[in-house]
Design a protein around this ligand. Structure first.
Ligand code: SF4
Length: 177
């Protein structure tokens, strides 16, 4: 039986959801027998590939770069999972939403800078007016709340999806679950 093609991506998040993925510990060995990890911050692949079976998306959509990436990821993936509260609700990144982009940039690059006080216009992706959850831009198949979701929850989600089922998460996402 061919392995499923799994990917993970990291938009505007803190990497905590990926750390929780790694917290599956020895279950990662079992998972490695079922999937090929074809793209992730955890592996050295630059371009998001075609024909991905399942993609776990960490983080909110906060920049033009995030938006371009999530659209491409959606086109190339069968099942898209919003992993964690930043992807599901925008969570921490949305704390800047009550301020304008200009005010946020001024605070970060001018007021709080000790050296080289200037707002970068190259290399750094342009912020969108608001930081928004993934489902506001592309269709999401599975929502996995939590900050971060526990390793047990991520393992449950992946094993259900790999068995061809949409995971039923109601009793898996309570505090401490
Ligand atoms: Fe980090 Fe929590 Fe956001 Fe995951 S949901 S990226 S752990 S802040």
């Amino acid at each position: 039986m061919s392995k499923a093609r799994l990917a993970t991506i990291w938009l505007d998040g803190c990497s905590g959801c990926h750390m929780s993925f790694l917290d599956m510990d020895e279950r990662l060995i079992e998972l490695a027998g079922l999937v090929d990890l074809v793209h992730s911050p955890l592996v050295d692949s630059k371009e998001f590939p075609d024909n991905v079976d399942v993609v776990l998306v960490e983080g909110a959509v906060s920049t033009e770069d995030d938006l371009e990436r999530i659209r491409k990821v959606r086109q190339r993936s069968k099942v898209l999972v919003s992993l964690g509260d930043c992807a599901v609700t925008a969570n921490v990144p949305s704390m800047r939403n009550r301020f304008s982009v200009a005010a946020v940039e001024h605070r970060a690059y001018i007021e709080n800078a000790q050296l080289n006080q200037q707002i970068p216009r190259e290399v750094i992706p342009q912020l969108l007016p608001k930081s928004r959850p993934v489902h506001e831009f592309v269709e999401v198949d599975v929502f996995v709340p939590g900050c971060p979701p526990s390793a047990d929850t991520i393992h449950f989600v992946l094993t259900e999806l790999l068995a061809g089922r949409i995971p039923y998460l109601t009793d898996k996402t309570r505090f401490g679950a």
